[in-house]
Design a protein around this ligand. Structure first.
Ligand SMILES: Nc1ncnc2c1ncn2[C@@H]1O[C@H](COP(=O)(O)OP(=O)(O)OP(=O)(O)O)[C@@H](O)[C@H]1O
Length: 350
């Protein structure tokens, strides 16, 4: 649905030059929720502004729904942009207009006749659960309700793509959860493709099918979330499932296993202990639901150094787990050049 190739955006002023986006490739499949996660200054907002053509990139290609966005001009460009909705961290509502007036605003700009507007506004408010608040002013509603107005307004032009710029950053955790649920619901019901930027791991965990980690204008990792979680060395996996920063003790193997989907049903720790008559020590772990699938990471300590545990590590891999052996260096070592994971296998099957 969204195809971005080698996107580059440089801001130039007299004093300095900042490469905000530095050669980003991105594919967002139709109907998926894609999250770009990164710290402040990583280039996330610039990327989103380029996708929406609020900013023109210096280099690269942006194709949305088969249209080469950078080749469009004038009315064609305006029409294409109507197919892209956008929501913002601070909602951007007009304080002098009611909730209904805010949602009607883009319809007025699009030239939708007055006779059709009221029905469309009612439909949009119903979609975001705000029926009954049509006559309220932004100052009279909560932050979560304001964002719902923002979402209704963004959907006025029946876009196929919704861009979300830190839409939940200004909200408390409970309201964040309800807005993310709404976005997920709209994504499924309307087949909406969502590209969101966030600095919150939790957002990725709750609603993203795919994600990228952005740093200094580049993607450091990108792909389906469950696949990234099972990828050795993944920053996303470490952020979502922080494990103790332990080093292996002498004569032991310190191993981190990630399991996705079906592998969680297997009692692999007890199976390993039984099969090899081992005392397996569980040092840390977490299990969560990500993208509707159970995902977890465990840090295990096995007796004996890695050279005597080759069969045991192979057993874990054959059980459908991604396996990383931690060595004495701080960076986790890859246990295998091509670890078998359920997520990777699923991706292959797609
Ligand atoms: N209009 C601009 N002019 C000059 N530099 C800019 C402009 N917009 C962004 N930058 C710079 O580009 C880099 C990326 O900024 P950007 O806002 O895209 O990052 P971000 O990941 O969205 O961060 P944040 O979450 O803080 O908004 C930063 O170094 C920023 O200072």
């Amino acid at each position: 649905m969204i195809q971005i190739e080698k996107l580059r955006k440089v801001y130039r002023s007299r004093e300095r030059e900042v490469t905000a986006v530095d050669g980003v490739d991105l594919t967002v499949r139709e109907g998926e929720v894609f999250g770009v996660l990164g710290p402040s200054g990583a280039g996330k907002s610039t990327l989103l502004r380029c996708v929406n053509l609020l900013d023109r990139p210096d280099e690269g290609r942006i194709v949305i729904g088969g249209r080469d966005m950078l080749a469009l001009r004038g009315a064609e460009l305006r029409r294409a942009r109507q197919g892209i909705g956008m929501i913002h961290q601070h909602f951007g509502l007009l304080g002098s207009r009611t909730v209904a007036g805010n949602v009607a605003f883009p319809l007025e700009v699009m030239g939708v006749p007055r006779s059709e507007r009221a029905a469309r506004v009612a439909e949009l408010l119903d979609l975001v659960g705000l029926t009954g608040h049509a006559k309220a002013y932004p100052a009279q509603i909560s932050g979560g309700q304001k964002q719902r107005v923002g979402i209704a307004r963004a959907l006025a032009g029946r876009p196929k793509v919704l861009l979300s710029d830190e839409a939940t950053s200004a909200l408390d955790p409970e309201t964040t959860a309800s807005i993310l649920e709404l976005l997920r619901d709209l994504n499924r019901r309307l087949g909406l493709t969502v590209l969101l930027i966030t600095h919150e791991m939790d957002v990725v965990k709750r609603i993203c099918d795919s994600a990228a980690v952005m740093r200094d204008g580049r993607f450091t990792e990108s792909g389906p979330v469950t696949e990234l979680l099972a990828r050795p060395g993944s920053e996303l996996a470490r952020g979502l499932f922080p494990l103790p920063a332990a080093e292996p003790r002498d004569g032991t193997t310190l191993v981190e296993v990630t399991f996705v989907g079906g592998a969680t049903d297997q009692p692999f720790v007890s199976a390993l202990a039984r099969k090899y008559a081992l005392d397996v020590n569980i040092l840390g772990g977490a299990v969560e639901t990500v993208g509707g699938e159970r995902v977890g990471r465990l840090q295990l300590e096995l007796p004996g150094d890695p050279s005597v545990n080759a069969a045991q590590l192979a057993f874990l891999r054959e059980s459908g787990l991604a396996v990383e052996v931690r060595d004495r260096a701080t960076a986790p070592a890859r246990a295998s050049a091509a670890p078998t994971t359920t997520a990777a296998a699923e991706e292959d099957a797609r």
